[in-house]
Design a protein around this ligand. Structure first.
Ligand code: AMP
Ligand code: GLY
Length: 426
């Protein structure tokens, strides 16, 4: 049996997923919509309007696609899985109601409260109800405090004021600023102290398998300073997550999440991303995402020795329980090469040189474009350079040895990716 697969997305995460799927003996043709120059050698990049579900359905039927894998959250939150499944097609990724774990912070927080899943204490307000929100903040009288606009806000919906005055300004900003209209509800929550790490599971509605863990580096600058980004680099596994912490995360967080979603009538399928704060009291949830992480996928997929496509098919068919998932025992570290100015405005179309000189690292493309016989920049996060090694240090060194060889006008990268992981290694 071999089958055609459609993968939706265009980032580094999708290049890594395409690489994993393309290794499968079960694959006939892989289509990637829209893909990037990195995915081109693994399948056929196709131009589809992903928000037009009827167009995607037509493509699936015209090309005998047997499985659609959705990379990013937006199409999932918009209900692409519901639409295609209703038309009789298999989709790897949660339905709209289940994707609300990421799509609505209010839903996620209320869900965790209903199922006793450890997370920050919180209260929800109408974004316009400045007085009630201000009164709550003043009553808490504990800073920093965390303000989150409900709904997908591309990482820009979270403000962490450090004083009452800053909190009042932040409330005003949320009500009247660029975020108004992004959401009508506001979650105010306790600030959790600790280090962040993420655990990833694959789910079939009834059960789950953990497929790895990682630490991302969200800030643009060295030493976790500067603006938030989509992620400037990651490594896996994360030594901060001891076997004991991982067991606790499965038992107290992932299992009740899967059971809770099922019992409430939204069985969770696809990748589940659990963002954790490792606090003194143990792991607590910062956020859920309804998809794989980017760049975390780029360090976890290469560790997977089992057939990714087979695992996805088993998950869609509700047969995950019988599936074994094996990993190699190497560390991976990815460093993101970014466009000057990112995460704010940056120029595109810069010629990338040095890709041919890379030795051992794997390269996953993100914001790149083919122009004639050249690859040029086409986004903020341009390339992922992934090193591997028996130790975290070796994986980091391999990534940096090769990222130095790739340049374009204005390119930059963080030089301390993985350093916080080394602190937890003997
Ligand atoms: P979120 O979009 O919910 O992941 O929040 C974005 C970032 O804000 C997280 O990655 C954390 O660094 C930080 N953050 C969010 N909620 C909290 C919290 N309750 N305590 C501490 N930091 C938080
Ligand atoms: N790297 C963070 C995310 O994928 O949300």
């Amino acid at each position: 049996m071999s089958l055609n697969v459609l993968l939706i997305g265009s980032g580094g995460r999708e290049h890594a997923l395409a690489w994993g799927i393309a290794k499968s003996p079960l694959l006939a043709t892989l289509y990637i919509a829209p893909g990037n120059p990195g995915t081109e050698s693994l399948g056929e990049n196709v131009s589809l309007d992903v928000s037009n579900h009827a167009e995607v359905q037509q493509f699936i039927e015209d090309n005998n696609v047997k499985l659609t894998v959705v990379g990013p959250e937006q199409p999932l939150v918009e209900g692409i899985a519901d639409y295609l499944e209703k038309a009789g097609h298999k989709v790897f990724g949660p339905k709209k109601a289940a994707a609300m774990l990421e799509g609505s912070k209010e839903f996620a927080k209320d869900f965790m409260a209903r199922h006793n899943i450890p997370t920050a204490k919180y209260e929800v307000f109408d974004q316009d109800d400045f007085d009630a929100a201000a009164a709550y903040i003043k009553a808490q009288n504990s800073y920093p405090i965390v303000l989150k606009a409900d709904g997908l806000a591309g990482g820009k919906g979270v403000l962490i004021p450090e004083s009452e005055a800053e909190a009042m300004e932040a409330l005003e900003e949320l009500r009247s600023g660029s975020l108004s209209g992004a959401a009508s509800r506001l979650v105010i929550e306790e600030f959790m102290v600790g280090e962040e790490a993420s655990v990833f599971a694959i789910c079939d509605g009834n059960t789950f398998k953990v497929i790895g863990n990682a630490q991302d580096h969200k800030r643009v600058g060295e030493g976790d300073t500067g603006l938030n980004t989509g992620g400037m680099g990651a490594y896996s596994p994360a030594p901060i997550l001891t076997a004991e912490l991982l067991a606790k995360t499965e038992k107290e967080i992932i299992l009740p999440t899967i059971n809770g979603m099922k019992s409430e009538g939204y069985p969770y399928t696809g990748f589940l991303y659990v963002g954790l704060m490792i606090t003194e009291e143990g792991p607590r949830v910062v956020e859920y995402n309804c998809r794989f992480g980017d760049p975390e996928c780029q360090v976890i997929t290469p560790r997977m020795q089992s057939d990714l496509l087979e695992i996805m098919l088993n998950s869609v068919d509700g047969k995950l329980e019988l599936t074994n998932i094996n990993f190699d025992d190497k560390y991976r570290c990815t460093v993101v090469l970014a466009s000057g100015g990112y995460p704010q405005s940056y120029e595109k179309g810069k010629t990338i040189s040095g890709l041919d000189s890379v030795n051992d690292a794997m390269i996953f493309h993100a914001g790149t474009k083919q122009e004639g016989d050249q690859i040029v920049t086409n986004g903020g996060r341009v390339l992922n350079v992934v090193g591997a090694g028996e130790t975290l240090k070796k994986a980091i060194d391999q990534a940096y040895a090769d990222i130095e060889k790739i340049t374009f006008e204005g390119s930059f990268y963080r030089t301390d990716i993985g350093a916080k992981g080394l602190r937890h290694v003997d």
